[in-house]
Design a protein around this ligand. Structure first.
Ligand code: SF4
Length: 495
């Protein structure tokens, strides 16, 4: 989808307004559109990512673009759905090509199917380009598996009217296979290869499979034995763990999104949550939170501030906020009010800050408190005096090492909220046992220690992630050589 056209349809001034950095839904019709009697995995993810963007995505009409990523994905999914409806011996690249050609000519059976013949028109160049683009979007499937070997239980399986964690769920499973071990869920993904997910951006694809597994159990009374993501444009697949523990975690996040959505609907307010994805948000040119963070349109063609026309409630307040001046509703740090006003409780996933200060329920709070107490433990174990200055200095060193390692592992993130930060702080405890802090040492000793500790954390993280991605590998000969065992070069030169 591209952004709505013509520009007149980009106007949101009659249904939304900004109140500070929160988007208020002022139009009843839009509120009804947002208030669905079920939650899908993608809406749950959208609520978790940025609730205000969810409003924008529902409010701004998308226009059909035959070559857009979503439209290409829909066409590729349709080819694969029809391919797996054929007898096993016919599920090959030739039949897939024939299905695609037929799609480009056929009149759709009903309105739910795109009229590709009409959308393509009579331009032969456009036709050839489209055939090539859709073929590219699905043909990686043949590198992942031989479709003739697959025992299909069902395709496009609609799960509706079931509850996941007490939340009404809706979703469509691309394919369910029968295997000797039991049922297997397969979800096709077109677009970017995310077979190795970046922890910086969470794992919404993996969570989706886990939610499907939970929904399938609720609907059919049978839990799948495995779940797979097929990145059919790239010929890559990824197995997603569907053990009860992993599913429970995903379901908890799903419940949290549902509760947050219900709360937003009841008070009509949808928070903004900035992230690198702001660059692809249709509100980026009008969003006060994005402006504060200096985010700009990375996709191109986002509606302008004028086109969106979203008014600002309490403009004087907004202006004072923008100028970083004290406002009536924000505590003056010099004022005792901040000591007497109770801190509002927020959920851990609601972000690092609430009302302008650190949310003490946030994962970030767990991180900074944990590092500070770890610093105190280290000082105590080394017989050092624990004072505010030494505590601050040692905490600073530990925190910098964790954040540097996190940045290396996640390709750029230093966010306290993220799982990578939690995992690396866990590894830091082991590192401190193996490579103790050089209390009493000089500047060089501390620098060397810092470097070794950071490298250790990165090594642990990359080994652990590789273990998950590639599975365990046993090579006894390599192990003997690496650990200087009998017969190795190291053992012989020692002899
Ligand atoms: S620009 Fe960013 S913070 Fe603002 S609404 Fe969009 S995604 Fe949310």
């Amino acid at each position: 989808m591209t952004y709505g056209d013509p520009p007149g349809e980009r106007y949101l001034g009659d249904k939304t307004a900004w109140d500070g950095e929160t988007l208020v839904v002022t139009g009843d019709e839009l509120l009804t559109v947002l208030d669905r009697p079920y939650l899908s995995a993608s809406t749950a993810k959208a609520m978790h990512s940025c609730p205000a963007r969810l409003v924008a995505d529902r409010a701004l009409p998308g226009t059909f673009d035959l070559f857009g990523p979503a439209e290409k994905g829909t066409a590729a999914h349709l080819v694969l759905e029809r391919l797996f409806a054929l007898p096993p011996a016919s599920r090959d690249a030739l039949h897939a090509a024939a299905i695609l050609t037929a799609m480009s000519k056929d009149e759709p059976a009903d309105e739910s199917v795109v009229d590709y013949a009409r959308a393509l028109g009579t331009d032969p160049v456009r036709y050839t380009q489209w055939i090539a683009a859709i073929t590219r979007a699905y043909e990686g499937l043949f590198a992942i598996e031989d479709p003739a070997d697959v025992v299909v239980n069902g395709t496009e399986l609609m799960l509706n009217g079931v509850e996941v964690g007490g939340v009404p769920f809706k979703g469509v499973l691309d394919r369910v296979d029968e295997t000797p071990d039991g049922l297997r869920i397969v979800d096709y993904k077109t677009g970017k290869d995310r077979s190795r997910p970046n922890p910086r951006f969470g794992d919404d694809h993996g969570d989706q499979i886990k939610l499907y597994a939970a929904a399938m159990q609720a609907a059919l009374g049978e839990k799948p034995r495995s779940g797979f993501l097929y990145y059919v444009e790239h010929g890559k697949k990824r197995r997603v763990a569907v053990a009860d523990r992993q599913i429970t975690k995903a379901v908890r996040g799903f419940q949290g999104s549902w509760e947050a959505l219900q709360e937003s609907l009841s008070n009509r307010t949808f928070e903004t949550r900035t992230s690198p994805l702001c660059g692809w948000c249709p509100l980026v040119n009008a969003c006060p939170a994005a402006a504060r963070e200096g985010m700009t349109d990375r996709r191109g063609g986002a509606p302008t501030l004028i086109e969106l026309g979203i008014p600002t409630l309490r403009p004087a307040l907004a202006a004072r906020r923008a100028a970083h001046l004290p406002t009536d509703d924000t505590p003056d740090p010099e004022d005792t009010m901040s000591k007497t006003t109770p801190w509002r409780e927020a959920k851990p996933y609601e972000g690092a800050q609430v009302d302008g200060h650190l949310s003490l329920n946030a994962y970030a709070a767990t991180a900074v408190f944990g590092l500070t107490t770890l610093a105190a433990e280290q000082l105590h174990a080394s017989g050092q005096k624990i004072g505010p200055a030494t505590l601050r200095l040692v905490t600073g060193v530990l925190a910098t090492i964790v954040l540097d390692a996190q940045e290396a592992v996640t390709h750029g993130s230093r966010d306290w909220q993220e799982g990578a930060n939690t995992r690396l702080r866990g590894a830091l405890r082991t590192s401190l046992d193996l490579i103790p802090m050089p209390f009493g040492g000089d500047h060089d000793a501390w620098s060397e220690w810092g470097k070794r500790t950071r490298n250790f954390l990165v090594a642990v993280a990359t080994t652990a992630i590789d273990l998950y991605d590639a599975g365990p590998a046993v090579d006894i000969d390599a192990l003997v050589v690496a650990t200087g065992g009998a017969g190795s070069d190291a053992a012989q030169s020692a002899a």
